[in-house]
Write a protein that binds this ligand. Structure first.
Ligand code: FAD
Length: 476
């Protein structure tokens, strides 16, 4: 049985960020993820905002890691070639709620965040499509947007290039101490580890229980969204929040790093893994967006989705267990967990690998990916001469070529399902939502992996799309 220096449980943005940092050191590292890809939990379905950190309660772990995470984020996403835009954010208020803006300003100053209070004229000149009743705003220039799933994927890719291992579809089912090591049992195998880091998101408290570490009660809050067509992007400059409430940061209007616009999220208590989108949730979004944004256009919706926040008490749970040895936790990572992930990873790296030497010749910058949608005619023609697959457009909505899909399939963490390809290169993310390209993507995955077309899945186990060749359909 192989012994690892560290096993990370869970491949969300937190687990992949931790793995990425540990992989810079002379350590044998492994990430175990129960699902078919990294970034399939909360890290896939959120708002993608890199918060500045003005609204976290001063003195909390959320405040500390959000502010530091924001500072680390912008060079990280540049190094990893992850779509992003530092577009700032506005919290807006009508004339009766200036006190809420002032309160946020004070918190921002206490947290060390650069914030400004703007009057109506300055607010409207920055974001002209706000509702007429908006009189005040809090502007935070350090805020912005990233593609959250592409961030986790790129962190995983860099970690693999730096020697880490990632095993997908290997949920951890048992954790035991034996001779000063952890015996980590999964659905498929067993491993030994000197240290374990629990980054299991919604299942974080369960993994703690498996290890006999601190016991926590968890609750879940669902956030539902509208995604609008990219033609709406020109109408939204920045991230527009209402004043926050006890339930969260409120229903926002925001651009996405990939060029769409989102309205959402709601915030309602829900069951574990309940990612259903409901009529009530969508109605809640429509009525709240109209309070801050002048002309909501839900008829431009191309998709809806929902993500689930995992809540343990009022703060993140981060650090070393006081109950069991060599066991670390980053759990209860609700919002602003995406923004905080680089700082959480830095903190755990210092605790786990502080004294361990850095490897030589590590990969720090991922190569800039060529994207057909960003190329001019001459650049494209040059690429087609090198590889004809650049000339075959598979996803017409998002303009994705076969060459990009082939590259994703052979990336350090290979994309071998239709959804994994979609998260990496956007084939299927556009207006037709894969109606035209999904079967082509399946054929390309089948050809590149040597698997029969009936083995190609949408995502999770059991989501195979083609069941038989038409001529083979059984009669009964
Ligand atoms: C609606 C919504 C909006 C949000 N908006 C923002 C935002 O704009 N900005 C921001 O900063 N934050 C935001 N967040 C918070 C952010 O998304 C989360 O904090 C972050 O994604 C948590 O990452 P994670 O890695 O802890 O969890 P996850 O992404 O859920 O990853 C945990 C992983 O562990 C795996 N796992 C679980 N159990 C096991 C096991 N036994 N063995 C192996 N693997 C296991 C899961 O399959 C999963 O892949 C939002 C969250 C939601 C839900």
């Amino acid at each position: 049985m192989k012994t690892y220096d560290c096993i990370v449980i869970g491949g969300g943005v937190v687990g992949t960020a931790v793995l990425d940092r540990l992989a810079f050191h002379d350590l044998a590292t492994l990430l175990l993820e129960k699902d078919d890809d990294v970034s399939v939990g909360a890290s896939r379905a959120n708002s993608g905002i890199v918060h500045a950190g003005y609204d976290c309660k001063p003195g909390t772990l959320k405040a500390k890691f959000n502010v530091r995470g924001n500072h680390l984020m912008w060079s990280l996403v540049d190094d990893l070639d992850v779509p992003h835009l530092k577009c700032g954010s506005l919290v807006v208020a009508d004339k009766d709620n200036k006190a809420g803006i002032d309160e946020l300003y004070d918190k921002g100053v206490k947290n060390g965040v650069e914030v400004e209070v703007w009057d109506k004229q300055k607010t409207m000149s920055f974001e002209p499509n706000l509702s007429d009743n908006i009189e005040w705003s809090l502007y935070a220039k350090e805020a912005g947007i990233v593609s959250p799933y592409q961030l986790a994927i790129a962190l995983a890719d860099r970690a693999v290039l730096n020697g880490a291992e990632i095993h997908l579809e290997e949920g951890v089912t048992a954790l035991e101490r034996k001779d000063g090591l952890w015996v980590v049992t999964t659905e498929k195998s067993q491993y030994l580890a000197k240290t374990v880091v629990n980054c299991a998101g919604a299942y974080g408290a369960d993994v703690n229980d498996l290890a006999g570490a601190e016991h926590y009660e968890t609750s879940f809050r669902k956030g539902e969204y509208y995604v609008l067509d990219n033609t709406e992007r020109q109408n939204v400059e920045t991230v527009i929040f209402p004043l926050p409430t006890k339930a969260g940061k409120g229903i926002l209007v925001a651009p996405t790093a990939d060029g769409n616009v989102i309205y959402g999220p709601t915030s309602h208590l829900c069951d574990l893994d309940d990612t259903s989108v409901t009529l009530d949730g969508l109605q809640d979004i429509r009525s709240n967006v109209a309070k801050t944004y002048k002309n909501p256009v839900v008829r431009k919706c191309i998709r809806t989705y929902a993500g689930v926040r995992t809540i343990i008490g009022d703060d993140f749970v981060i650090g070393e267990s006081k109950v069991v040895d060599d066991f670390y936790m980053a759990i209860g990572i609700c919002s602003p967990g995406l923004s905080s992930a680089p700082a959480i990873a830095e903190h755990l790296e210092n605790l786990i690998a502080g004294d361990v030497a850095l490897k030589d010749n590590v990969v720090t910058r991922l190569p800039r990916a060529k994207r057909l949608s960003e190329l001019d005619g001459d650049e494209l023609n040059t690429l087609i001469k090198e590889d004809e697959a650049w000339g075959r457009i598979v996803c017409r909505c998002e303009k994705v070529s076969e060459a990009e899909i082939v590259k994703a399939i052979h990336s350090p963490l290979p994309a071998v399902t239709v959804d994994a390809v979609k998260r990496r290169v956007r084939a299927g993310m556009g207006r037709c939502q894969g109606g035209f390209c999904a079967t082509r993507v399946m054929e390309i995955i089948s050809r590149e992996t040597g698997k029969d077309i009936t083995e190609i899945r949408k995502g999770k186990k059991g989501s195979n799309i083609a069941l038989y060749s038409v001529k083979e359909v059984p009669n009964d």
